[in-house]
Design a binder for this molecule. Structure first.
Ligand code: APR
Ligand code: PHB
Length: 389
């Protein structure tokens, strides 16, 4: 087999890139380790920057998103029983879009299948060959049979645990990592959101987040121990703890219900440099991870896809490699700013083990400065809605 671009990974990064390239007549094959249903069964974030929505529109996959999404002009930030709004529209002229990653991934799958795209599921033993040459290829096993695809370029969209990043030689790769001493316990419930906008809450008992997917599907998180497991937390225990960590008015307004999903995610900051090795380009979680605090995971994958998509178009249409040559530099410049914002929000809002009284005063001062200072709110809003591509 031969194609122009092999895309390893059928998550949002890989599917979005495939759909964008398809609209420009560029052939791709997506190789996915799992099944479509397995991929769609993952519960992930739901805050989209305007850049992501623009890409979905350019990909011709934004009809349902535009019909069903919420638009948020701001977010609430709470500490103790205090709360304030950072108004994105006031400070940046833009908003964020609330639309679940599961739904946008579903829309991308539907679009790829409507286009008769080639997505190979249940692949095993994917190996990237000769990425450092001008004749790369990818082999994999399907139902026990070895397959080979010759291609021009490879997009490594296979997430943190994929093979793409590992293909870059250790002598070339530089990895930067920070792990946080806590996780997020998340619950999905078929209940109306407690508030129209999100509530990020810093309490003496730990962080909490009130989010949503639609008018009757809410997503809540509480900071938890890394040693916790979802089974340790009954629904009632979760709701009681959430109520203790959010302002009284929200706690009283909270409508609880049975959890339809309950999971714990560790928090990590991670970046791999470079994001390119010859004809192999890393995108999304394959190259970088952020703590979910700033809702930057999916949105930073989007800017990677934007840079790679335009670099590939420039190459295929104009035989100009400038975009591909500068891919890693441009993608990393934005990745690091998203890493910084996510790290900063995580430090501001969570309780850390062994925090001193002074440390707690620093957190309080940062929250109060953000509450009182228009410039601080403008900087927060610019980062939250998404820095320019
Ligand atoms: N071969 C083929 N597919 C693979 C392999 C492999 N060796 N390893 C992983 N995959 C698939 C996974 O099954 C997954 O469907 O690659 C896909 C990677 O998808 P994501 O992990 O969702 O990463 P990405 O598409 O970059 O999206 C980033 O999704 O996971 C969230 O928090 C993340 O919001 C961020 C966004
Ligand atoms: C979510 O809705 O899952 C969500 C929202 C905002 C975040 C993280 C997760 O910062």
């Amino acid at each position: 087999m031969r194609t122009q671009v092999v895309i390893i990974g059928g998550g949002p990064s890989g599917l979005l890139l495939a759909q964008l390239l398809h609209r420009k007549g560029i052939d791709t094959i997506v190789l996915e380790r799992k099944t479509r249903d397995y991929v769609l069964g993952r519960i992930r974030a739901g805050i989209l920057e305007v850049g992501f929505v623009d890409l979905m529109r350019e990909a011709g996959v934004a009809t349902r998103l535009d019909r069903e999404c919420f638009t948020h002009d701001g977010t609430l930030i709470a500490y103790g029983n205090e709360q304030f709004e950072v108004n994105f529209r006031k400070h940046t002229g833009t908003s964020v879009t609330v639309y679940g990653q599961t739904e946008l991934t579903r829309d991308l799958y539907d679009a790829r299948e409507a286009a008769g795209a080639e997505i190979v599921f249940n692949v095993e033993d994917v190996v990237i060959h000769d990425a450092g040459t001008d004749r790369p290829s990818v082999t994999y096993r399907l139902e026990g049979n070895e397959q080979r695809i010759d291609c021009d370029y490879i997009a490594g969209c296979d997430g943190f645990h994929g093979v793409s990043r590992q293909t870059i030689p250790l002598s070339v790769r530089r990895e930067y990592e920070k792990t946080y001493p806590f996780g997020w316990l998340g619950v999905l419930s078929e209940t109306p959101p407690v508030n129209e906008e999100l509530i990020y809450s810093s309490s003496e008992r730990g962080f909490a987040l009130c989010s949503m997917r639609n008018a009757n599907l809410s997503r809540y998180y509480i900071q938890c121990l890394l040693s916790d497991s979802p089974q340790d937390w009954s629904d009632q225990m979760f709701w009681d703890e959430l109520r203790r960590r959010i302002p009284d008015a929200a706690a009283e307004a909270l409508i609880t219900g049975a959890s339809i999903e309950k999971s714990i995610a560790p928090l990590r900051s991670f970046v791999c440099e470079p994001m390119r090795w010859g004809r192999l380009f890393l995108c999304g979680d394959a190259a970088h991870i952020v703590p979910p605090t700033g809702a930057k995971g999916l949105n930073t994958a989007a800017s990677d896809i934007y840079y790679l998509y335009h670099g590939l178009i420039q190459q295929f249409e104009d035989n100009d490699s400038e975009g591909l040559e500068r891919y890693s530099e441009k993608a990393l410049a934005r990745v690091w700013k998203a890493e910084r914002f996510s790290w900063s929000m995580t430090n501001m809002l969570h309780r850390f083990p062994e925090q001193s009284a002074f440390d707690l005063k620093m957190q309080r001062a940062e929250l109060e400065f953000l509450r009182e200072n228009e410039t601080a709110q403008k900087v927060f809003a610019q980062n939250y809605v998404g820095l320019p591509y």
